[in-house]
Design a protein. Sequence first.
Length: 370
Amino acid sequence: MTDLDHEWTPRAAQELPAQRTAGPALEALGVAGTTPATGVVDLALERRDEATGALLRRVVVTDLADDSPTRRLRQAQIAARDQLLRSNPEWPGPRVADGGVVPSNEVAAWLYDDSPALQEWRGRLVPSARALFPLQRPHASHLPTGTPIDDKARGFFTDSLDAVGIRTRAAVLRDVIARTSARWTAQGRTERSTWVSLACGGALPVLDSLSALHPHELSLVLVDIDPVALDFAHRLAVEEGVPERDVVRLERDLVRTVVVRDDLVEELGAGTAAVVDALGIFEYFSDAACVRMLRNARRLVADGGVLVVANMLSDRPELHWNKRGIGWPLLRERSTEQLLGLVDEAGIDTARTTVTIPQDGVYAVVSVDC
């Protein structure tokens, strides 16, 4: 009998310690002075879509999981459990109740049993942006809440496709910024400008991309509804060497200020940003909300700038694992065709749009040269 075959019965939620209002600094998390976990982006395939004119790119991104001795085994274990969930569509995903994680099915129990860090991660951080931190920096010693990361959690944060996909989409963002910076250099552009990050969360993908802008200089406008995430992002930015005067925090509800109304455009000014990204929020919005957000985000971008969004793919591997194993809530997966349809409906030229998908197939990164 394998661990997939054993009889499993639900159990009560595991109590977790109260969450802090703000997490420890980078040094306390064990990542001060470290570099991103994902590296080089190499083009594998590129073609123009005949219907939309969009540039479709497949890339291969180096990642620390490539050298992990447990990657193949752990990914095989997760793939087998994804198949088990596919075969049992009636199984509900894990839920959080009374401050703890209730696994609700044997796959979720396999993930969360015997790992206080994973229980804390799911119970206290998911689906907040701070839940992405240990996936972005799997060598960290602690979660943003201060809980130590145990070996089982570190293996998941390092090897799983969900973790790899979070890191490779960040690497694609950095690649987009590097190519944009090269274009600015070729154009002789020297003026200082602004990067607006919508639903910035911890903003690590943004911070990791700043070096790709050299020699161009930008100030950061970090926008999020969550004051804890904004504080975390601000501390990360300062501790990674961004001058405090170059970081502006705006606690704003994007639904109210970007989707329903034009408040953020009016506040910041149309055409005032060289870069606007919404790397981690697009997939939480309905199609109609995405269209309105794209319109206003595009209005923020100056001519010659770039707009970048991302979305989990509907044909990604291990989707059932994500939904009912991990139990990540609220996501709206989309296909490349659906994403380009939203761009077109927003009145944005799809011929100036690039869709980039890394080899893991988890996310599509959509960039628009404005």
